[in-house]
Design a binder for this molecule. Structure first.
Ligand code: KIV
Length: 287
C-alpha cells in the first residue's frame, strides 16, 4: 500500500479534518487511472454499471460476479483512491449470514477495500455483522435505486415529516451499526444538512445539496457522456460526449475518403531490425 493510499479510517476521519470527499464511480481500468490521477478520493464500482455499462433499465440484474469483474479492473489501475464495491440487489437483504458471505466474496474475488449497501434500520443487523468480520461498510439511504419499484420510480425521498424522521433514524442506525460513511441520495438539501450534523460519520451526497461531507457522481454523468435527459443534480465538468461524437465523425470521414491511415500510421517492409521498445506503447503493441 502506498503511503498516500486512502483507507476506510481515513475516509471516516475526513468528517472532522476535511477537505470534503470527492467520490466518483468507475468501472474500468482506463477511467479509474484517470480519476485516480485527477485526485478523486474514493472510486465506487457502483451497481449503476447495470444501467451505464450494461444498458439495463435499472440496477436489479447486476450480480456479484459483474461487480467483482469491474472491481478487479478498477483496483488494478488505482493507486491512491479508496475503492468501494456496491453490494448487488438480493446479495444482502435476505439475512445477515448471506450478507457476510456476499461481502466476503466481494473482497476476495473483487479485491474491494469496502462494500456499500442500501437501506437504513432494516439492514442495520447486516451492517453490524459485516463490520464485525472486519469489512468496512458504506451505507446508502434516501433514494435507494434497488427499491425503484417500491418507490414508484426514482423519486426524491424525505419530503413528508414522517419520511424525514425515518431518514434521520436510518442515518443513526447506519452509524450505530458501525458504517464508516453513508451516501445520502435524492433528499432535500435541508434534510441532508440535518442528518450531516446529527451523525459522526461522513455523509456523501448525490442529489442531496451542498451540506454533505462529500459528493458522488457517476463518471459518465460528470464527464457529459450520458445521452438523454438527466437529473437536475448532474453537472457536466466536461463535454466528452460531444468530443466523442466529433471524433467519431472525423474518423468515419477519414476512413471513407482514405486520408487515414497515412504513412505515419503504417509499417514498411524495409525495416528488418526491431527498433528499441517504445516506452509509451501499450503492452503487446507492435512498434
Ligand atoms: O450505483 C451507484 O453508482 C451509486 C452511486 C451513484 C451512489 O450507488
Amino acid at each position: 500500500m502506498t503511503s498516500d493510499k486512502i483507507t476506510a479510517p481515513a475516509v471516516r476521519a475526513r468528517k472532522k479534518t476535511g477537505p470534503k470527499l470527492a467520490v466518483l464511480t468507475a468501472y474500468d481500468a482506463t477511467m479509474a487511472a484517470l480519476l485516480d490521477e485527477g485526485g478523486a478520493d474514493v472510486l465506487l464500482v457502483g451497481d449503476s454499471l447495470g444501467t451505464v455499462i450494461a444498458g439495463q433499465p435499472n440496477t436489479l440484474s447486476v450480480t456479484i460476479e459483474q461487480i467483482c469483474y469491474h472491481g478487479r479492473a478498477v483496483l488494478a489501475a488505482t493507486r491512491r483512491a479508496h475503492v468501494v464495491g456496491d453490494m448487488p440487489f438480493m446479495s444482502y437483504q435476505v439475512c445477515a449470514d448471506k450478507a457476510v458471505e456476499a461481502a466476503g466474496a466481494m473482497l476476495r474475488e473483487g479485491g474491494f477495500e469496502a462494500v456499500k449497501l442500501e437501506g437504513g434500520e432494516v439492514v442495520a443487523e447486516q451492517i453490524r455483522r459485516i463490520v464485525s468480520v472486519g469489512i468496512p461498510v458504506m451505507g446508502h439511504i434516501g433514494l435507494t435505486p434497488q427499491s425503484v419499484h417500491a418507490m414508484g420510480g426514482y423519486r426524491v425521498q424525505g419530503r413528508t415529516p414522517d419520511a424525514r424522521a425515518q431518514l434521520v433514524r436510518d442515518a443513526r442506525a447506519v452509524e450505530q451499526s458501525g458504517a464508516y460513511s453513508v451516501v445520502l441520495e435524492g433528499i432535500p438539501a435541508d434534510l441532508a444538512r440535518e442528518i450531516t450534523a446529527s451523525i459522526d460519520i461522513p455523509t456523501i451526497g448525490i442529489g442531496a445539496g451542498p451540506h454533505c461531507d462529500g459528493q458522488v457522481l457517476v463518471c459518465y454523468d460528470f464527464l457529459g457522456m450520458t445521452r438523454g435527459p438527466e437529473p437536475r443534480f448532474v453537472k457536466h465538468f466536461a463535454e466528452l460526449g460531444e468530443a466523442v461524437l466529433a471524433a467519431t465523425r472525423a474518423y468515419v470521414s477519414e476512413v471513407r475518403d482514405g486520408s487515414f491511415p497515412t504513412p505515419r500510421h503504417s509499417y514498411s517492409s524495409a525495416q528488418t531490425v526491431s527498433p528499441p521498445a517504445d516506452p509509451e506503447a501499450p503492452h503487446g503493441a507492435p512498434s
